[in-house]
Write a protein that binds this ligand. Structure first.
Ligand code: 0O2
Length: 197
């Protein structure tokens, strides 16, 4: 019972961390609207890792299913920030990192160096304090910044791979990679048009 209560409290803390970071991002987006009549963030998606997905990850990493192991998983709290253009991704990420109560734990730039699959996004794992009645918890949050085109590709690719029992063929892998490259080209062209305007 105690373990269960601890687990519920922990999920509540991760949920609080998501709300804190997403509010910061909304505030930045609102400020851009007021100052420049422009919103760099198209939309955001927040998620708390499901217990099943969490247990699968603990197993994959060879960790015991107990509360202490949770601290080694940094994407229990996750936020996806979908921006209009590549420049917006870096601008919003850098403004967030300038804030005093945000500490950067890890940065993976899969836009500069796409993954073998063709996946592109900027991943930040940040730490934020959550103030409770009896203590302060420093909570990791994984933020995935990407453009609309990158998000479209990642969602469809995930769905295609997930639905196919036994995985996809090397030819399909290559075609998906080509699609990622084509969408990156669209991103570059759209950004140029936006800058020219
Ligand atoms: P979900 O449900 O999206 O959260 P690890 O997280 O430990 O496996 P690492 O290096 O920390 O390893 O993670 P990485 O690769 O930086 O980021 C993992 C997350 O990025 C994935 O989360 C996906 O959301 C996304 N991602 C990474 N590669 C791909 C890819 O090839 N295609 C798609 N569609 N998404 C990708 P999860 O944990 O898989 O699940």
């Amino acid at each position: 019972m105690d373990e269960f209560q601890d687990y519920v409290l922990l999920r509540n803390i991760y949920h609080a961390a998501i709300r804190e970071v997403s509010t910061k991002l909304e505030i930045l987006d609102d400020e851009f609207q007021v100052r420049y009549d422009y919103n760099p963030i198209h939309h955001m998606e927040c998620r708390l890792k499901s217990p099943q997905s969490l247990f699968e990850k603990l197993e994959r990493k060879g960790l015991d299913i107990r509360l202490e192991s949770f601290y080694k998983i940094t994407d229990i709290a996750g936020i996806r920030v979908i921006c209009n253009y590549i420049d917006d991704v870096y601008a919003v990420a850098s403004l967030l990192l300038q804030q005093d109560d945000i500490k950067l734990l890890r940065r993976s730039d899969y836009i500069k160096d796409p993954k073998e699959s063709g996946y592109r996004s900027l991943h930040l794992v940040v730490q934020i304090p959550v103030f409770l009645s009896d203590r302060t918890e420093l909570v990791p949050v994984e933020i995935q910044f990407r453009t609309i085109a990158m998000d479209t590709w990642a969602s469809l690719e995930h769905e295609l791979k997930y639905k196919r029992v036994g995985g996809i063929t090397p030819q399909m892998e290559q075609e998906l990679k080509d699609c990622a490259e084509a969408m990156a080209e669209v991103d570059r062209k759209m950004e140029q048009i936006h800058k020219d305007l």
